[in-house]
Every structure is written in structure tokens, then in C-alpha cells.
Design a protein around this ligand. Structure first.
Ligand SMILES: Cc1cc2nc3c(=O)[nH]c(=O)nc-3n(C[C@H](O)[C@H](O)[C@H](O)COP(=O)(O)OP(=O)(O)OC[C@H]3O[C@@H](n4cnc5c(N)ncnc54)[C@H](O)[C@@H]3O)c2cc1C
Length: 381
């Protein structure tokens, strides 16, 4: 597409969220252009894990979104090559004092139809023989799954392109166009105008900068995380492991660095080890101290890792929102402008439901009750 163009919808950002929005908008029959300033999955969606978790979600809208999106991923996996694997995951608990809180959490989630089995020390070692022998127990969440985030982003974009998506990479959106009545009518990207009936901002932690071009402040902030990639270690773990304190570190608003183990086995046999959380602006430098803290936590739970090399490490910026719910839907006072951001550490899991909700808003379809809880209007005064 050259020069000025006109489409039904422009999606800003080619991460997993923008890709999912483009996929569902194209599936609904709309003429869509996705604009990405670098290349697909060049932001957080290439610097993360691919876990589709329920165990860290709070009952209510957050869990309902995650459950709907998990079901959508299972359906997408029939169509897309995204390395989807569904083998559950285990919340591992280090000591007896931490068991009760995790038991309460499992019971609250079970009341909302999340399947979970409690494991004692022997049960834990039966399903994961290479865990440290002295752990108090664990909780096996049976429905959880994983994808390869980069592959999934590219697969969603590929499927959308087969339905007519125009993909424009290497073009940064620098301004939004508005009509005299205030309606958002398009973008300026890479110096060219793209007129559109609607603009969806899915620019991750950079959504704030895009929204600011039309005077709209957003509460989304970057929350940095580190990941360590190990050499191939097939068999060391059988399914993703999540430390019992992980959900608390997600919900916390602490500024300083927090570390709670997350271990994921990829299809190639390497392991991804996390997780850390800290608010340090847009700084993406790798910190040796944080790497050491994650490695120490990982060896505590999986002692055999002491003999496995770390071959790579990277950081990513999660788009954090103050109430731990994403911002999805129309922006009050800016007709034609929609947000799809603020997913923090759950954007891979929540991408399909986000694309579905955005499509419902744009097509004026039936917007689900849970969509009301994530409307950006809750932060607008
Ligand atoms: C260490 C770590 C581990 C994680 N693990 C998980 C996990 O296991 N499961 C899970 O569900 N989530 C996980 N996440 C969270 C997940 O990565 C994010 O929520 C998700 O990737 C956000 O996707 P996005 O598309 O909103 O943003 P991004 O992937 O950051 O994409 C935004 C895109 O917008 C583009 N862009 C920005 N500004 C402009 C502009 N002006 N014009 C054009 N393009 C622009 C950027 O180049 C970028 O490609 C993790 C995150 C981190 C950091």
C-alpha cells in the first residue's frame, strides 16, 4: 500500500495483541491495515514466556477473560502453527507456611471451574521427579497451556493476511488524524496518511505515547522482566512450574525488583527461566544481579539445573495497568479510537479475547458483560 490509503480499521502495533486484533477484525470481514514501526513481535511479544495461565488470576473479570481466551487459543491451535501444547502447569510450594494461601487460591479458582489437584510432597515428586526433595507440595492446574509467542504472532498475522490484511512494517505512527467533530479518522505512519473508520492502538507500553498525540493520558507503565534461556535440558521438567509466591508478585505494585520462579520447557528442549518484575521506566539493560537471583531460585526448586548452562538472557517490558486488568475498548471523547493494551504479564494468554472484544466494539456487535470491566473509561475522569 503506497501513499494515502483508506481502510475500515488501522491497528497500531504488530505484537501479539495487535496481531490478534487484526486476525479477528479480518475474520469479521473488515478491511484492515496493521502498522508496525519495526517488525512483527519486536516488542514484549518477543521477550517473554508463552504461558497461558489461570493460576495467577483473580476470580472475577480477570479470570473470566483468561478462561475465555484459553478456550480461544485451543480453537486457534487447530488452524495456526503456534507450538500450542496443553499439559497443565504446577504451582510449586516451598514450605508448609505457604501451603494454606495457595490452597485458598486453588479453592477460589475451583469455584469458578478451574480444574486443580493438590499434590503432597510424594505426589509432587511423582509427577516431577527432578524437583528438590524437600518441597512442601504443589497444585496441578490441569487446563493450562503454552504457545511460542513469536510464532503465534506471525501465525495470526499470516492468517489475517490470507483474509486481506495489509501489513505495513517499518512505519511508525507519529500522529492520529481527527475530523472537525473530534472523531479519529486515521493515522500518519512513516510520513503517509492512512484514513480509517477506526483506529485500534495496540502498541504495548508505547500505547501511552500514541494516545498522547491526541491529548489522551494512559495509566499504562512499563514493568521490566528478565528471562534466562538454558541449553537443552529435555526431561528435567515435564510441564511449566510456577512458584507459589508468583501470583502475589504479579499483583504487587512494589517498585523494587521481585523474583519468583517460572520455568517453561520449549519444544526445542531449552528452558525459559523467570521471572522478575521491577519498575525502571523503559530501561531494558540486563542486570547480572537479577539473573543471579533468578538462577538461584531455579536451582532451589530444580537442583539439576546447577549443571545446565544459561546460553542467553533478555529483558522485556510488560504493559502494566494499575488494576491488573487490560484496557480494551473505546476511549470516551475520542470516537473512532480504541485501546487494546495494559495486559502486563498476561498478554499472550489474553490476546485472542482482546481481539474478539475489539472486534465486537468496532463492528457494534454484542459486547460481552466481561468487556465492561476492561473499558478504558474506568480510568477517564
Ligand atoms: C519476561 C516476560 C515474561 C512474560 N511471560 C508471559 C507469559 O508467560 N504469558 C503471557 O500471557 N504473557 C507474558 N508476558 C507478557 C506479554 O509478553 C505481554 O503482555 C504482551 O507481549 C504484550 O503484547 P502487545 O502486543 O500488547 O505489546 P508488544 O509485544 O510490545 O507490541 C507492541 C508493538 O507496537 C509497536 N509500536 C510501538 N509504537 C508504535 C508506533 N508508534 N507505531 C507503530 N508501531 C508501534 C512496537 O514496535 C511493538 O512491536 C511476559 C512479559 C515479559 C516481559
Amino acid at each position: 500500500m503506497d501513499g494515502s490509503a483508506c481502510v475500515d480499521v488501522v491497528v497500531v502495533g504488530g505484537g501479539i495483541v495487535g496481531a490478534a486484533c487484526a486476525y479477528y477484525l479480518c475474520t469479521a470481514g473488515l478491511d484492515v491495515c496493521l502498522v508496525e514501526r519495526d517488525f512483527p513481535a519486536s516488542g514484549a511479544s518477543r521477550s517473554c514466556d508463552g504461558l497461558l495461565l489461570l493460576c495467577d488470576k483473580a476470580p472475577g473479570p480477570e479470570l473470566a477473560l483468561a478462561q475465555a481466551s484459553l478456550a480461544a487459543w485451543a480453537a486457534l491451535a487447530e488452524e495456526l502453527d503456534c507450538e500450542y501444547v496443553q499439559r497443565g502447569s504446577i504451582v510449586v510450594v516451598e514450605n508448609a507456611e505457604s501451603l494454606e494461601g495457595n490452597r485458598r487460591k486453588a479453592a477460589a479458582l475451583a469455584a469458578a471451574d478451574v480444574r486443580c489437584e493438590e499434590l503432597d510432597n510424594a505426589g509432587l515428586r511423582a509427577v516431577e521427579p527432578n524437583l528438590a526433595p524437600d518441597l512442601a507440595g504443589g497444585f496441578l492446574y490441569l487446563d493450562e497451556a503454552q504457545v511460542n509467542p513469536m510464532r503465534a504472532t506471525v501465525a495470526l498475522l499470516g492468517a489475517a493476511r490470507r483474509q486481506g490484511l495489509q501489513l505495513r512494517c517499518g512505519a511508525e505512527v507519529t500522529a492520529l488524524r481527527r475530523a472537525a467533530d473530534g472523531r479519529v479518522t486515521g493515522v500518519v505512519a512513516g510520513g503517509a496518511e492512512i484514513a480509517a473508520g477506526a483506529v485500534v492502538c495496540a502498541a504495548g507500553v508505547w500505547s501511552e505515547a500514541v494516545a498522547r498525540t491526541v491529548g489522551q493520558a494512559l495509566p499504562v507503565r512499563p514493568r521490566k522482566g528478565h528471562v534466562l534461556v538454558t541449553a537443552r535440558a529435555p526431561g528435567l521438567i515435564r510441564r511449566p512450574l510456577i512458584e507459589g509466591s508468583y501470583a502475589a508478585s504479579v499483583q504487587s505494585a512494589a517498585v523494587g525488583v521481585q523474583v519468583a520462579l517460572v520455568a517453561e520447557l520449549t519444544l526445542s528442549g531449552t528452558m525459559l527461566l523467570g521471572s522478575s518484575r521491577e519498575f525502571v521506566g523503559y530501561d531494558r539493560a540486563v542486570s547480572p544481579a537479577v539473573i543471579q537471583a533468578i538462577a538461584a531460585r531455579a536451582v532451589r526448586f530444580i537442583p539439576g539445573l546447577a549443571w545446565v548452562s544459561v546460553i542467553r538472557s533478555y529483558t522485556g517490558l510488560r504493559p502494566w495497568s494499575p488494576d491488573h486488568l487490560p484496557l480494551i475498548g473505546p476511549v470516551e471523547g475520542l470516537p473512532g479510537f480504541y485501546l487494546a493494551t495494559g495486559h502486563e504479564g498476561a498478554g499472550i494468554g489474553l490476546a485472542p479475547i482482546t481481539g474478539q472484544i475489539v472486534t465486537d466494539w468496532v463492528t457494534e456487535g454484542v459486547v460481552s458483560p466481561v468487556a465492561a470491566a476492561v473499558r478504558p473509561a474506568r480510568f477517564q475522569v
